[in-house]
Design a protein around this ligand. Structure first.
Ligand code: ADP
Length: 584
């Protein structure tokens, strides 16, 4: 389309150029024609100023005048202008011959409009054809021809001459009206159209050539562009994958500088990519040298040896320990590492081994006592005093109860973990439960310990599981006894507000350091795991208490000043409010 437009534009320009050339030719021809007339005028003046001519006019010698004229072609000597024999429409210059103030004759020099003049004008017009037009007849160097229309020739137009169309530019010579002669520059319109067409096709040819060249180039480079687009798409895709993959991925170049650090790596470690990228791994990743020492680097992806599995390494970031399972693969650009956060798995693993260690210990101690007591009774029973026998049996009962409690704790913890523990939700009387728990505890303590109950007179019913609540209460009272090795007072306090009934168990025992107060509710967590204080336990009690209270829509917390004792408080929702005013 654009090529077509350019082609037409070029053709139009070519036609305009042709008009301008014709106008230029006409200008040059007009100038020559005027010169020719001026020359004629000089001729006339020269003739008029000759004494012989003047005398002949003065004396009225017609024969002399004719003689003079016969040697001066293109000049007419006449006494009366009307008698002058001048070819029609020739350009003329007239000089008057005066005697005093009286005109005695005229010398008229003329320029005939003939082929010769036309040839001269055409030459002057630099080869453009110039003809003289008069009265519908065009006179050129090759003869005359009649115009098909007798319209006056002026301006620029197309005319038909002898059956052919011409582009003409014409200008009138002289001042006359009807008899006016026109100077005409002309060119066959077919020649102009041919040149215009040639120009159009030249431009269109160049245009189409250009398009063809562009198409060829496009065709040649299209695969490269397509390839680069594909590779860009692939790169974008790879970046998206890296951004969304759950594994942390980073690249360390041969200089040990981190070049890539994906969003998962940021999320897992908390180390931001902009603080890490472009920095040495040694400087930015805590314990990097230890990591490189143990993390295997496979020579190629998937080519890892069987014994080159991922390595689990600890990383301490901002005082927090995280465990990563990490593996490396060598690349041309360095080493790419992929890692997963296995902190949770690691903790579970730790808990499992802690559990095994604690439980084995917890089982072994009462079992050893049971075994010993049983053996003693069997082998020396009859030699022992009644009191000793009683004490041994007492011990067997106590230790087997401890074993049964431990096994119960393990079972409950397992059920809480897998959600199979059944907890009912119904109203029960908290008062009765507290008194019963205190009474059961009193039986187990010696005189160094005092167990008190304090509660508001009227307590609302609690919504929950009475049996599980009793289990929580006894557990907390047992702990209070256990962790008060020097005895003291234990107080069970029960308060209620509109929404909750609060059970607090206060002791004057060892207390719990502030930093440990949250963790004691974790499964298997013990302040004294090696039982250096000689106080045993599985580390499951508080975990079970917390989970049971939660399952009854309650909360549990601890307050403690180490050395001053501890207060464990749990609250359970009120089943129904106690009416404080009676209906009227
Ligand atoms: P354990 O079987 O060891 O008693 P618990 O889960 O009941 O396990 O308690 C976790 C840890 O909390 C205990 O090892 C102990 O260090 C601490 N603890 C619990 N109750 C008390 C308390 N009343 N006074 C001081 N420390 C306590």
């Amino acid at each position: 389309m654009a090529v077509w437009t350019f082609g037409n534009y070029a053709a139009r320009r070519q036609r305009d150029n042709a008009d301008q050339q014709l106008a230029g030719a006409l200008g040059a021809a007009s100038a020559v024609y005027r010169n020719t007339l001026d020359e004629a005028g000089q001729r006339a003046r020269k003739t008029a100023s000759s004494r012989r001519v003047q005398r002949a006019f003065l004396k009225g010698r017609e024969s002399e005048l004719r003689r003079i004229q016969s040697t001066n072609r293109d000049v007419v000597l006449t006494r009366k202008p009307s008698g002058a024999k001048i070819p029609p429409n020739a350009g003329t210059r007239t000089v008057e011959v005066l005697s005093g103030n009286r005109r005695i004759g005229r010398v008229i020099a003329f320029v005939p409009l003939d082929r010769r003049l036309a040839a001269r004008l055409t030459r002057a017009a630099n080869g453009q054809r110039v003809v003289l037009g008069h009265d519908g007849v065009l006179t050129g160097q090759n003869g005359s021809v009649r115009l098909q229309s007798r319209r006056q020739l002026t301006g620029t137009r197309d005319v038909l001459v002898g059956g052919s169309s011409y582009r003409v530019v014409a200008t009138r010579l002289g001042e006359g009206k009807r008899s006016a002669v026109a100077l005409v520059a002309l060119k066959r319109t077919s020649a102009i159209a041919g040149a215009a067409n040639a120009a159009r096709w030249r431009v269109m040819g160049v245009g189409f050539g250009l398009i063809a060249a562009l198409l060829t180039i496009a065709y040649a480079v299209a695969p490269t562009i397509a390839r680069s687009r594909v590779s860009r798409q692939e790169r974008d895709q790879a970046e998206r994958v890296l951004a969304h993959v759950g594994d942390g991925i980073f690249l360390v170049d041969h200089e040990g500088v981190i070049r890539l650090w994906n969003p998962a790596a940021e999320a897992i470690t908390g180390l931001r990519a902009d603080a890490i990228r472009g920095r040495p791994a040694q400087e930015r990743i805590p314990g990097w040298s230890a990591i490189t020492a143990i993390v295997p680097v496979a020579p190629k992806p998937g080519g890892a040896h069987e014994d080159m599995g991922a390595e689990t390494v600890p990383l301490e970031i901002a005082g927090k320990e995280i465990w990563l399972s990490i593996v490396g693969v060598a690349l041309a650009d360095g080493t790419v590492y992929a890692f997963r956060d296995v902190t949770r798995e690691r903790r579970l693993e730790d808990q499992r081994s802690e559990f095994v260690a604690t439980i084995s210990h917890e089982l072994r101690t009462p079992l050893a006592s049971l075994h010993g007591a049983a053996l003693t009774l069997r082998e020396h029973g009859q030699d022992l005093s009644a009191q000793t026998q009683h004490d041994l049996l007492d011990m067997i009962a106590g230790q087997s109860r401890r074993l049964a409690d431990l096994i119960e704790e393990i079972l409950v913890a397992g059920q809480l973990d897998n959600g199979s523990l059944h907890v009912v939700s119904e109203p029960f009387d908290p008062e009765e439960l507290v008194w019963a728990t205190a009474a059961a505890a009193r039986v187990r303590v010696d005189e160094s310990m005092q167990i008190d109950v304090s509660m508001t007179t009227v307590l609302p019913m609690v919504r929950g599981d009475a049996r599980r609540t009793r289990q929580v209460l006894s557990n907390l009272v047992d702990n209070a006894i256990k962790y008060s090795p020097d005895g003291g007072r234990i107080e069970l306090i029960v308060h209620a507000d509109d929404e909750y009934v609060r059970f607090s168990i206060r002791d004057e025992g060892l207390g719990i350091p502030l930093g440990e107060q949250k963790r004691i509710f974790d499964k298997f967590y013990r302040l004294d795991p090696d039982q250096r204080s000689g106080i045993g336990g599985s580390g499951l009690g508080l975990y079970i208490c917390q989970e049971l209270v939660r399952s009854m829509n309650g909360r549990i917390r601890v307050e403690s000043d180490p050395g001053q004792g501890a207060v464990f408080t749990f609250e359970l929702p009120v089943a129904e409010r106690i009416a404080t005013t009676s209906a009227a």
